[in-house]
Design a protein around this ligand. Structure first.
Ligand SMILES: NC(=O)c1ccc[n+]([C@@H]2O[C@H](COP(=O)([O-])OP(=O)(O)OC[C@H]3O[C@@H](n4cnc5c(N)ncnc54)[C@H](O)[C@@H]3O)[C@@H](O)[C@H]2O)c1
Length: 316
């Protein structure tokens, strides 16, 4: 199968591309940024693509005619609040451009990465799929719009549009400007310099997921038989620790790590507006979703990888 990934140079894209190539797909990466150093060793075609430019999007999709597009390109929540105009252009305009090009070239499937940021405050705990979506960030607003646009193209043009609402993702790469970054940074900074001052309160709690589970969710949803899916957009969940519990887990694996908390008012208020936990019953029932990693299993798997990453970087 021929696959195009947008925003492929980011935290999710780098791992997704590797997973898709390992499964034997013909993978084309694209990004407005150049190909990351870590990816140059792999035999993966790379295309410059700014998703805000419809003519570029049409050109790349028209030339490649992929079977599936994984549309990841986005500006994340924390960076999004610094530049709401850019966030609107990339997340909303970019998604509309991808949907239009998929319609024009009859691309079979578009996979979309939504987020817990589509939710606002005051929702039931855990939050089910179908609730009022009143996000407080431009990132959340544009992701709600992306979900709705995708559902429209599915109903109107029979595009096979599918999306997961990712929790905050943690992996052995540097995060890209999201409000959940305090979690991966606890690991990276504890291993890099023995200390980290988190920008949230110790009791801050949001849904999180280890990246291998997140990648598997995207791939499994893409492969699920269409007749089994009762909806286009699915909550997926893994675990929801308090920030202090993540710090305890890091200290267990990195003895002596000093993790302190100094809440940043803007980022803490974004965290406060997000749910503590997601109800992913629909994903479990429709396509058999199940996470493999809890917090401690993630810590055990992640710490050696970050150690290696930091070692590699230090030797350059
Ligand atoms: N990382 C998380 O915790 C998380 C959580 C929920 C949802 N998501 C979603 O998953 C997707 C990938 O997230 P990520 O963590 O890899 O983000 P990231 O910031 O690491 O990567 C995003 C990529 O998009 C690219 N990009 C930005 N503007 C672009 C443009 N105009 N045209 C083309 N590419 C552009 C960037 O260069 C970057 O490589 C996003 O859609 C994000 O909303 C991520």
């Amino acid at each position: 199968m021929k696959v195009l990934v947008t925003g492929a140079g980011g935290q999710v894209g780098q791992d997704l591309i590797a997973a898709l190539a390992d499964r034997g797909h013909v993978v084309h990466g694209s990004d407005v940024a150049s190909r990351p150093m870590a990816m140059t060793a792999r035999d993966i075609a790379w295309h410059h693509l700014d998703v805000t430019d419809l003519s570029q999007v049409r050109q790349v999709l028209g030339r490649l005619r992929p079977d599936v597009v994984f549309h990841l390109a986005a500006i994340l929540s924390a960076r999004g609040e610094e530049d709401p105009g850019l966030t609107y252009a990339v997340n909303q305009g970019g998604t509309h451009n991808l949907l239009e090009a998929c319609r024009e070239y009859r691309i079979r499937q578009l996979m979309f990465t939504s987020t817990i940021a589509v939710f606002g405050p005051g929702l039931p705990d855990p939050v089910p799929d179908d609730v009022s979506l009143r996000p407080r960030t431009m990132y959340g607003v544009t992701k709600v719009a992306g979900e709705l646009l995708g559902e429209y193209y599915a109903a109107r043009y029979d595009l096979d549009f599918r999306a997961v609402r990712f929790p905050g993702l943690i992996s052995a790469t540097l995060p890209g400007g999201g409000t959940s970054d305090y979690a991966p940074l606890m690991y990276v900074e504890s291993l890099r310099c023995g200390r980290y001052e988190a920008f949230c309160r110790p009791e801050a709690r949001i849904p999180l997921m280890y990246m291998p589970d997140g990648i598997r969710a995207l791939v499994e949803l893409a492969n699920a038989p269409r007749e089994r899916l009762k909806r286009c957009v699915y909550n997926i969940a893994a675990f929801s620790p308090a920030a202090s519990e993540i710090a305890d887990s890091v200290r267990r694996a990195v003895p002596g790590a000093e993790i302190t908390f100094k809440p940043d008012p803007i980022r803490q208020s974004i965290l406060d507006s997000w749910p503590d936990a997601l109800d992913d019953t629909c994903a479990r029932e429709d396509w058999g979703w199940q996470p493999e990693y809890d917090l401690e299993a993630m810590t055990d798997d992640l710490v050696p990888q970050i150690r290696q990453l930091i070692g590699v970087q230090a030797s350059k």
